[in-house]
Design a protein around this ligand. Structure first.
Ligand code: NAD
Length: 256
């Protein structure tokens, strides 16, 4: 379905981003990965479907590196048709104890990076009159939780940014949407499970059950594969008129 399309997925060496990059490649797109950690493992997974998949090591807190990555995608892959702004980090602490440096890093990586990526990629999409921008927000783009000030501020910000970009391109073939997952069991969430298990002297399984029971009525984690299927749908012609939406995939979290 996506052959002849190119996709850049930020933060795609792990978790949700890796799931999305894999599914886009599986559907025929040529893919550029980004992120730290197990780059070779991520490339090997995606190259099962796109043997020519490449990786760019841009630090998503650095605007000039983000712009250079988009330019590299355009020159090496021929275009940047699909941009998935997914890279993200978390820090959990009440506001008086929240380190200023963590606030700045979360706003830079979880919010500003999407602006810089869109700013670099939109002109090419507008010229070709086709593009898909999918911002990985969170249920925390729609509702709040305690101790996540920077994360909730960044995710509410990216939902707003998504709407502006969608409106600015509303009469074109470029659509911009956000997806808002609830709990997904990735390294980012496993850290929160570990912290809960340690604080309450409970095991990993009990900590996971408690985490889900607190917020996610389905009591099931959403999977990266489920989110990836939604991204593939948003890239399909059936989604041509979905614009500026923030779609929650959250087991009922926001329905409460
Ligand atoms: P993860 O920790 O598994 O993956 C994060 C990815 O971002 C990794 O590839 C990492 O290398 C990359 N990254 C981090 N800092 C970077 C930087 N400075 N530059 C470039 N890459 C960087 O986390 P995940 O759970 O897959 O999260 C992916 C996105 O999904 C995030 O935006 C997160 O906020 C969002 N999200 C996650 C959940 C969840 O429950 N896991 C829920 C809602 C939203």
């Amino acid at each position: 379905m996506l052959s002849a399309k190119t996709a850049l997925v930020t933060g795609s060496t792990s978790g949700i981003g890796l799931g999305i990059a894999t599914a886009l490649a599986q559907n025929g797109a040529r893919v550029m990965l980004n992120g730290f950690g197990d780059v070779e493992g991520a490339l090997a997974q995606v190259r099962r479907f796109d043997p020519e998949a490449v990786h760019d090591g841009a630090d998503m807190s650095r605007p000039e590196q983000i712009e250079a990555m988009v330019r590299r995608c355009e020159s090496e892959l021929g275009s940047c048709d699909i941009l998935v702004n997914n890279a993200g980090i978390q820090h959990v602490a009440p506001i008086p104890e929240f380190p200023v440096e963590r606030w700045d890093a979360i706003i830079a990586i979880n919010l500003s990076s999407a602006f810089h990526g869109m700013r670099a990629a939109l002109p090419g999409m507008q010229k070709r009159n086709w593009g898909r921008i999918i911002n990985v927000a969170s249920v925390h783009g729609l509702v709040a939780s305690t101790n996540k000030s920077a994360y909730v501020a960044a995710k509410h910000g990216i939902v707003g940014l998504t709407k502006v970009a969608a409106l600015e391109n509303a009469t074109s073939g470029v659509t911009v949407n956000a997806i808002c997952p609830g709990w997904v069991l990735t390294p980012l969430v496993q850290k929160q499970v570990d912290a809960r298990a340690a604080a309450q002297h409970i095991d990993n399984e009990e900590a996971k059950r408690e985490l889900l029971a607190e917020k996610q009525p389905s009591l099931q984690f959403t999977t990266p594969e489920q989110l990836a299927a939604l991204v593939v749908f948003l890239c399909s012609p059936a989604a041509d008129n979905i614009r500026g939406a923030a779609i929650n995939v959250d087991g009922g979290w926001v329905a409460q």
